[in-house]
Design a protein around this ligand. Sequence first.
Ligand code: G3I
Length: 358
Amino acid sequence: MTSPQLLGRRSVLTGAAALGVAATGTRAETVFDAVPPLKSITPYPLGVAVKVSQLDDPTWVKLATPNFSRVTPEWEMKMEYLLQADHNLHFDRADRIVDFAHQHGMSVHGHTLIWYALEGGDHFTNLAGKPDAFLDAYVGYITSVMQRYAGRIRSWDVVNEPVRNDGSGLRDCLWSKVLGNDYIGLALEAAKRADPGALRFINDYNLELTPKKRSAFLKMCERLLKDGAPLQGIGTQTHIAADISPQAIRDAMKDIASLGLLVHVSEVDISLQEDHPANLAQPLKHQISTLNALLSAYHDVPAAQRYGLTLWGLRDSDSWINYQKNSGVMNVKPDEPLLFDALGRPKPLTRAFVRAVK
Ligand code: G3I
């Protein structure tokens, strides 16, 4: 048997092993030991980002469904797909994701309604000079999307990444330009009216890397709560590099949990290439210690506040980090930021997760 065939067979076997299913081949052929279905050993919902193309990939489906209890649409439930140039809402792909999740007993975290980075083409910009009409369209968008999935989507990132990266305040964006900084409270109010049963989150990144940003984010949340905004949860994305200080993770988690809101560790990947891990003597070892620090810090959050932890991709080959500007063209030296390798096999990082999650 030539090596490619052997490798192919190995990946099938270890793919099976990754499901916690006894591999049918000989022991020698399973490159990695089996891991138990991860969602069965995790004391809070374990999520994974999903794209419709992955629903048509049997390897992805066979690996994701026994290991994760929640999905977050990676991009096809965002304005960039839903609201197209014809000014109509295109729910076909988001519907597929929600149907898939429910067919497999998985919950859905809706991502995301309002984001500075997406303006929905000219649908909203055409109304920028008419604040009342703009507000109607803004509330209308949130309402139409949420009501379509009322009762089927448990929670939403109502607003994504509102705070400037340097923590100097809220980002300037189309929404703040027309509606003022109250666009955030208005979105939360509209979300509550649209589907009162869905939990409402604000989601942001670098809350562990940039204490000034974290402080500005939390002050924004406190101000919203003081003003009576129906905010229920914080999403801390946790796109981190292997060389981040474990103390930075612990400090961030403690501060974020201090508001008493639900805490969703919402988009985890631990890059070996971003920032400066190249100067790490043993990047994989540091990646494991960073994962351990994250899981331990999240374990210290009161159980009632632990909304769950979501990986921003299933296999290393699924990671957004590995595609130049999401173009679909893979980078020359792919990163390995997720729990399963490019072939869907568990890694030492996966076994570290099994050991550390509790
Ligand atoms: O699939 C199409 C492909 O057919 C087409 O040829 C190609 C070029 O137009 O686009 C492909 O779709 C892209 C998709 O990623 C592929 O996965 C979309 O254009 C592109 O916009 C989309 O990017 C997503 C990005 O958010 C913007 O929505 C990434 O997948 C997704 O990982 C990223 O996720 C964000 C979170 O929402 C917020 N936090 C940061 C995180 C990473 O940037």
